[in-house]
Write a protein that binds this ligand. Structure first.
Ligand code: URA
Length: 194
């Protein structure tokens, strides 16, 4: 296993472990300090992330930044990554529409996440959305029942919460409350800061 994030990023850029590499622009590896206390784990890069090569830089990233700020967490202190490193989408005319990665994609990509985890060694993780939580906890995980509750996970603390994009998909008049609920879950992680 490589012990350097730059080496891992370079290796992931050449990844052909599943077919998603073929249509994506590039692999989007995690970003943030190499010894962050908190790792945020999303699903897969979106359209913007695929083009820019960095995680959570599009609309969902703006929601995440807002929630982090409300929770008193500086994005610069956090390592942000995804369980799948290539964008899965289907084309509708000129638009590229997000498709949820399958268990097979998550499994094929898992070794990159495991390597990131080993190198960064965060004390706390927060999974964003069902795909990430299921990848870490297992297929029976239910986000509505279990969000915002810290649990022991492989010697670390894990706080599962919703995906920021779920807030954007919800009706506009529910967004402020949903954002505050995401921030409250992230505050649970902030309270575990070493
Ligand atoms: N959604 C994710 O899960 N990850 C990103 O990086 C962007 C959007």
């Amino acid at each position: 296993m490589s012990t350097d994030l730059d080496d891992l990023r370079a290796a992931a850029a050449r990844c052909t472990d599943c077919e998603l590499y073929a249509d994506a622009t590039q692999a989007v590896f995690g970003a943030g300090p190499p010894s962050a206390w908190l790792m945020l784990v999303g699903e897969q890069p979106g359209d913007r992330e695929d083009r820019e090569g960095a995680p959570f830089v599009g609309p969902a990233g703006r929601v995440l930044d807002d929630a982090l700020q409300r929770a008193g967490i500086d994005r610069d202190e956090v390592y942000v990554t995804n369980v799948v490193k290539h964008f899965r989408f289907e084309r509708e005319g000129k638009r590229r529409i997000h498709r949820t990665p399958t268990v097979r994609h998550v499994r094929a990509c898992r070794h990159w996440f495991d390597d990131e985890l080993d190198v960064v060694g965060p004390q706390v993780l927060a999974s964003l959305g069902a795909t990430a939580a299921k990848a870490l906890v297992g297929p029976d995980f239910r986000i509505t029942a279990e969000r915002g509750r810290a649990r022991e996970w492989n010697g670390r603390q894990l706080v599962p919460t919703v995906h920021p994009s779920s807030i954007l998909r919800g009706p506009p008049d529910t967004r402020e409350a949903a954002l505050e609920a995401l921030a409250a879950d992230l505050r649970v992680a902030a309270d575990l800061r070493p």
